[in-house]
Ligand binder design. Structure first.
Ligand code: NAP
Ligand code: LUD
Length: 294
């Protein structure tokens, strides 16, 4: 059996087209143009790439983007001033501070300073708190976790009643994706670096979400035949034959997993494009909440 390929690039393109039509309708009905502010601190190449992709995706669907680029040496106090200005700016409906931040800046302080009404990454402690609780809808659901769920749902994969195993418990992926699966009535196991006999736990998964940041760690014989596998990992490995000198691989050994899994996301072209599509969705949702827009 060869796994069904879950094509994140294609699903994200469909979602972006849906968003584009909705952005146009909002502009015509209420004269509101959704706006996203991206805040990039420092010169990390990967962060620059992701922010550039996010700004371009905004342009394509008619969302205005406001790029704020700051020195890696900026003080925490000055960064807070920049965020406060964006909180006050009525043209900005979403604020994204690209992570990671330089080590001298307290990430928790910064994420907590973003208006909960503009927290399109869903990382504000109030939004994470609501996400964790039954029956409390968060203002925004974090983009990568939301993208994982969309991939499952749009591929017709049943979540309720099935055993979901999440590898990783980070604030930005593992923990929120676990909460989303639980809300959708999966029976949940969350694994981490102290989990004993990881392969055996993974083998019991009907749905596996891998977000550990370890290249190709999940081998083919860890996967239950027919399982749905969502590979969040994005790892650069040296490859002299590649143009850039490296290639991207996931946390799952793709070729091995393909032989036994029921459905599988590739890297690249899986969860990555969905992260960006969900950011656009959250920004549009925020703009729609402006009084008088509905
Ligand atoms: P992270 O903050 O480094 O967290 C990694 C998690 O994996 C931790 O919970 C850690 O356990 C666990 N872990 C690490 N090594 C392990 C091992 N050998 N066995 C079992 N568990 C292990 O990473 P992250 O930010 O969640 O990102 C994870 C991956 O997803 C990275 O490759 C990242 O690039 C990628 N990512 C992709 C997207 C996207 O849009 N596609 C978005 C975000 C991240 P402990 O808690 O015990 O330390
Ligand atoms: N910080 C994110 N830091 C890193 N890959 C992303 C990401 C697109 N505040 C905040 O955007 O949501 C965030 N909010 N993150 N990430 C990772 C994480 C953040 C990662 C990959 C991609 C966003 C993506 O589109 C492409 C793919 O997987 O197909 C490959 C792109 C390439 O480099 O070729």
């Amino acid at each position: 059996m060869t796994a069904q390929l879950i094509d994140g690039t294609a699903i994200a393109a469909t979602i972006r087209a849906e968003i584009q039509a909705e952005v146009e309708a909002l502009r015509e009905a209420a004269g509101i143009v959704p706006g996203l502010a991206t805040v990039l601190v420092g010169q990390r190449k990967d962060s620059q790439t992701y922010v550039r992709m996010k700004k371009r995706a905004c342009e394509e669907v008619g969302i205005a983007s406001f790029g704020v680029e700051l020195s890696a040496e900026i003080s925490e106090a000055d960064l807070l001033v920049e965020i406060e200005a964006l909180n006050e700016n009525p043209d900005v409906h979403g604020i994204l501070v690209q992570l990671p931040l330089p080590a001298h800046i307290d990430e928790e302080q910064i994420l907590g300073s973003i208006s909960v009404h503009k927290d399109v990454d869903g990382f504000h402690p109030v939004n994470i708190g609501r996400l964790a609780m039954k029956g409390r809808a968060p203002g925004f659901v974090p983009c990568t976790p939301r993208g994982c769920i969309e991939l499952l749902e749009r591929s017709g994969i049943e979540i309720a009643g099935r055993h979901a195993v999440v590898l990783g418990r980070s604030n930005i992926v593992g923990l929120p994706v676990a909460m989303l699966l639980l809300h959708r009535n999966a029976t949940l196991t969350v694994c981490h670096s102290r989990t004993a006999d990881l392969p055996a736990v993974v083998r019991s998964a009907d749905i596996l979400v891998a977000a550990v940041g370890q290249p190709e760690m999940v081998r083919g014989d860890w996967i239950k035949p027919g399982a749905a596998v969502i590979d969040v990992g994005i790892n650069a490995v040296d490859d002299a034959s590649a143009e850039r000198g490296y290639r991207l691989v996931g946390d799952v050994h793709f070729e091995e997993a393909q032989a036994g899994a029921g459905a599988l996301t590739p890297v690249p072209g899986g969860v990555g494009p969905m992260t960006i599509a969900m950011l656009l969705r959250n920004t549009l949702d925020s703009a729609r909440r402006v009084p008088g827009s509905a």
